[in-house]
Design a protein around this ligand. Structure first.
Ligand SMILES: Nc1ncnc2c1ncn2[C@@H]1O[C@H](COP(=O)(O)OP(=O)(O)OP(=O)(O)O)[C@@H](O)[C@H]1O
Length: 321
């Protein structure tokens, strides 16, 4: 598969601040590349280097050319902060941007894709924050770009709208669009990205598929049991069990071993109120790698039903006794 975006040893400095530090990456065409990292890690600066909207050192290839030489119609860029003209209706706004290109998509189709059909005749300034963000996403789609850079696309968008946008991004990549996604939403990146790079202090500190990163850095699956019992009665169990206020945490409990852990509780005669099974997610990877993990509590994030296979989107399963 051809690479749509390639960076080799890209560095960007603002005065003494090294915002992007010797970054190399490659994004195959038709895939989603997720860029994550704490505030100030250099994500927006890197996007600017890749799109040729700032100068940098190193090599960047965008659709096989230097970024500034790529036909603008082939690129879509949704910056983190974007303020289009406010005294236009949404339809007028998309039409305005569509007119900047020789060939553009049908504005009403784009409006529909971003869920703004009903707000088409509303002034941009009268939209809610989430609707405004949807309109901005729509603006990036009017030229039917081959590569789409989305910097925090779903900020302010409600959960249903976020999922609609995720589906839209999946549809776009299915048709061959390459998406470079910057996000603080780990569930968004985990759901969408084929490849993820984590940036810290301008450098890529981890890169891989979401599942590979979770396997390497996410920690183990565990069963958290709400009980006042101590761990002493579980001395013989094969699981590593940690006790903390009002709960026992069984480590290394994958989906097929939940029953074994519950059996161990029963065998030990331990009374419990409920238990929750959690498995590591990209959020755990993020917390681990940024060193901000909250130690001692159950990992937050996705989990499956007690007996089902892990489901990336499912809520934690709390099972009452
Ligand atoms: N125009 C600028 N002039 C000077 N310094 C800048 C400029 N833009 C960014 N920086 C600095 O570069 C570093 C990286 O900033 P950048 O905005 O790329 O981070 P980010 O990962 O996108 O952050 P966030 O998640 O908060 O959006 C920060 O130290 C920031 O202060």
């Amino acid at each position: 598969m051809d690479a749509a975006v390639v960076a080799e040893n890209v560095t960007k400095q603002y005065g003494d601040t090294v915002a992007v530090d010797d970054v190399s990456l490659s994004v195959p065409a038709g895939t989603v590349f997720g860029l994550i990292g704490p505030n100030g890690a250099g994500k927006t600066s890197l996007v600017r280097c890749l799109t040729g909207t700032t100068d940098s050192t190193g090599e960047v290839s965008l659709l096989g050319s230097e970024p500034t030489h790529v036909e603008r119609a082939r690129i879509g860029l949704l910056p983190q902060s974007f303020s289009p003209p406010e005294r236009l209706t949404v339809r007028e706004l998309l039409g305005y941007y569509a007119n900047l290109y020789d060939e553009a998509r049908d504005v009403d189709s784009v409006l529909s894709e971003v869920g703004l059909d009903d707000a088409a005749d509303t002034w941009y300034e009268e939209l809610s924050g989430g609707q405004q963000r949807r309109a901005c996403v729509g603006i990036t789609l009017v030229n039917d770009p081959d590569v789409l850079f989305l910097d925090e696309p779903t900020t302010g968008i409600d959960p249903t709208g976020r999922r609609d946008l995720w589906t839209l991004i999946e549809d776009l990549t299915a048709e061959g669009t390459t998406v470079f996604l910057t996000s603080h939403s780990m569930d968004e990146v985990e759901r969408l990205a084929d490849q993820v790079a984590m940036l810290a202090d301008g450098r890529v500190i981890a890169e891989g598929t979401p599942s590979a990163l979770v396997a390497e850095h996410g920690g183990d699956s565990r069963l958290v049991v709400r009980t006042e019992a101590s761990a002493d009665r579980l001395a013989d169990t094969e699981f590593r069990v940690e006790a903390s206020a009002g709960r026992l945490t069984f480590h290394g409990v994958d989906a097929t071993r939940i029953d074994d852990a519950v059996d161990a509780l029963t065998t030990a005669g331990i009374e419990y109120e409920s238990f929750t099974w959690t498995e590591p997610t990209l959020e755990d990877v993020y917390l681990e790698l940024t060193g901000r993990a909250f130690r001692g509590g159950p990992a937050s994030g996705s989990a499956g039903e007690q007996t089902s296979a892990p489901q990336p989107d499912a809520e934690p399963a709390e099972v009452e006794r």
